[in-house]
Write a protein that binds this ligand. Sequence first.
Ligand SMILES: [Zn+2]
Length: 333
Amino acid sequence: MTFFKTYMKRILFSSLAVALSVIITVNHTFKTVQVSTNQNVPYIWEELETEKKDFIKWIDFNVCFDALDAAYRLDVNSYETEYHYNWIELLALLACKYGNDFDKYTKKDLDSFAKQIKEAGGVSGIAQNMKYYDYYYEAYSAILCEFLGVREDGTYGMKVFLPIANKYSFSHYKDFGSSRSYGFSRTHLGNDLMGSIGTPIIAVETGTIFHIGWNQYGGWRLGIRSLDGKRYYYYAHLRKNHPYVPGLEEGMTINAGDVIGYLGMTGYSIKENVNNINVPHLHFGMQVIFDESQVDSSKEIWIDVYNIVEFLKKNRSSVYMSNSETKDYSRVK
Ligand SMILES: [Zn+2]
């Protein structure tokens, strides 16, 4: 009997040891997988050994439209109430909960966070145990911080606009990262908005013109950087012969909602003013910049703007033909 007890103890003990080592191995493997697939951004806060610079190196912007929309409503509807929600905080909490997989999004989770924040009087207590909260908060702030706020007319709401003028139709699909064959092999770093040639193109956010003129890939294009320097909006393939509204030049400030140019099919040519794109469309891209070393380098961060374009449909700029001779359009104020 004693022998039997000892025997059972040994079996139990060794089983426990095996189970424990399996858990450790699985856990270790899981961590390794996370790092190598870059899904859950664990290496973002890495510090370069040579230069002690701490800034975000990469963002996979996966926030789905439903989460953007619901968080936006909570923020706007609670403005000037006892607790004003910050939609960026809500989205950062959701990203932590889902490990950046917004296929898991439910409105119930968002409402639960909203309730907890309100009860606690702030987000810090809930966020303090979330390892990547600060990362997501900073990443989403860089992308969305100027999207909502007090507008010129004093009301609180959306300050950014859809790049396609009001009442002009367009279509788009999820094309971020798909391959492009012209020139060197590369992936698509934006969203193509298919529409009619001449459709007025609208500045999404207020900013400074950084690039204007011909570019081999983008054709007639415009690059506008936000006033805080964190976002660079890229509008490409503008119309042959008459790509821009008159008077635009590098260094000029453009207001959100203003007409900047016209949809076309220029590009894919070293020669200027050539229509080499098959289907007329606006290529719309958004680059996020945390450090100047990320500008014009292989370290550029371009995000998937498909869901952002869907979100921007809420705020469209109305236009009218302001010059019948040049057939230029302006924004209806
Ligand atoms: Zn494109």
